[in-house]
Design a protein around this ligand. Structure first.
Ligand SMILES: *Cc1c(COP(=O)(O)O)cnc(C)c1O
Length: 387
């Protein structure tokens, strides 16, 4: 941890990791835009040899995310997918992973289309159901990989209970914490071994960068992952690392506002005659509400919903004025997407439907605009799409 006695995450977001430049005292770690570093005699240097292996700006970011997630070491990558790719390189041919059945589409795709070719397989289960996880475990299973909440159905997995299972079988528990960030949920505190982030989303927070982060709990995995990060090389550049540190400093105030808006709009959607079903883990009658409350601060700011019969989806999307139809999530601006045709199009329709992702489902990343403006925008679009 950096030079701070922070007990509160709001402080840690600003002062965690390496929050100042140790060479000049600058209150922001500068963008060390360099590929290499001078050595005095071969092997004698100031801790840096080559920027794929280590860079002071990236290092400050890696120390910060490790502090925030209560882990031993953090790693920064060029994208969330590069982070996931690095973690999957911890496994070998013949290993099998148990995977949430509605994970991020790209996570499914990299396993199904790339790692499967090399003999790393997967089994999809509903990870909100402990019995399904237990039943899928066999001698070849090397890890359970979950999102909680899942994308896009926002199902909740019981992290502490799953950790009991993975510990009993001495396998790893990997958690993609993109939807909540450590400000809302710290999976390592509940027995997780590895946390993954698409930092492109809330951590960056301004839809202006693509990056990924990993935090591990034990030293041995940290050494393996450092080796993989350097060997494969999909590292975050110094400028993106700087932007990400800058984004993380305001994560607390942003998320407080994101969640305030989301709670308000989830209530509104739940009562709307235009809406058939709302998925939001912060609603008291949501499936998994109690488990979520045990392990997370609140229900976050992602909402999914289905319109009632007779709505024209394209008319709905076209009528929105403030809310933008776009992939991605977690930025200050509100976004909606249509998972079946956008984020989850890489999952075959039968697999998608089996996981409960209907063709009517809309995913909503609630931004930090005025909540009344967002409500009115939805209201108008509902009216315009009604037949
Ligand atoms: C976006 C996303 C990813 C992939 O991250 P990129 O930064 O787009 O490569 C992985 N997991 C989740 C949950 C995501 O939302």
């Amino acid at each position: 941890m950096g030079k701070t006695n922070a007990a509160d995450d709001s402080t840690l977001l600003i002062h965690g990791g390496i929050s100042r430049d140790r060479f000049t005292g600058a209150v922001n770690v500068p963008i060390y835009q360099t590929s290499t570093y001078a050595q005095e005699i071969p092997g004698i240097h100031q801790g840096y040899e080559y920027s794929r292996t280590g860079n002071p700006t990236r290092e400050a970011l890696e120390a910060l995310i490790a502090d925030l997630e209560h882990g031993t070491k953090g790693f920064a990558f060029a994208s969330g997918m590069a982070a996931i790719d690095a973690v999957l390189h911890l496994f070998k041919s013949g290993d099998r992973l148990i995977l949430s059945d509605n994970v991020y589409g790209g996570t499914f795709r990299i396993l199904d289309k790339i790692f499967k070719q090399f003999g790393l397989t997967y089994t999809l289960v509903d990870t909100s159901d402990l019995k399904q996880i237990e039943a899928a475990i066999g001698p070849d299973v090397a890890a359970v990989y979950v999102e909680t909440p899942t994308n896009p159905l926002l199902k909740i997995a019981d992290l502490a209970a799953i950790a009991q299972i993975t510990k009993r079988h001495t396998i790893r528990l990997i958690v993609d914490n993109t939807f909540y960030t450590p400000y809302l949920q710290k999976p390592l505190d509940f027995g997780g071994d590895i946390v993954i982030h698409s930092a492109t989303k809330y951590l960056g927070g301004h839809s202006d960068l693509v990056a990924g982060l990993v935090v591990v709990k034990d030293k041995e995995t940290a050494e393996q992952l450092a080796f993989i990060q350097n060997a494969v090389g999909a590292v975050a550049g110094p400028f993106d690392s700087f932007l990400l540190i800058r984004g993380i400093r305001t994560l607390g105030v942003r998320l407080d506002r994101h969640v305030e808006n989301a709670e308000y709009l989830a209530e509104y959607l739940a009562q709307s005659p235009d809406v058939k079903k709302v998925y939001y883990p912060g609603l008291a009658d949501a499936e998994g509400y109690e488990i979520n409350k045990k392990q997370a601060k609140n229900g976050g700011a992602m909402i999914s919903f289905e319109l009632t019969e007779g709505h024209d989806l394209n008319a709905f999307f076209r009528s929105l004025k403030t809310i933008t139809l776009a992939e991605s999530l977690g930025g200050v601006e509100s976004l909606v997407c249509h998972p079946a045709q956008m984020t989850h199009a890489s999952i075959p329709a039968d697999v998608r439907h089996a996981a409960g992702i209907s063709d009517e489902l809309i995913r909503f990343s609630v931004g930090i605009e005025g909540k009344e403006d967002l409500k009115n925008d939805l209201d108008n679009a509902f009216a315009a799409s009604r037949s």
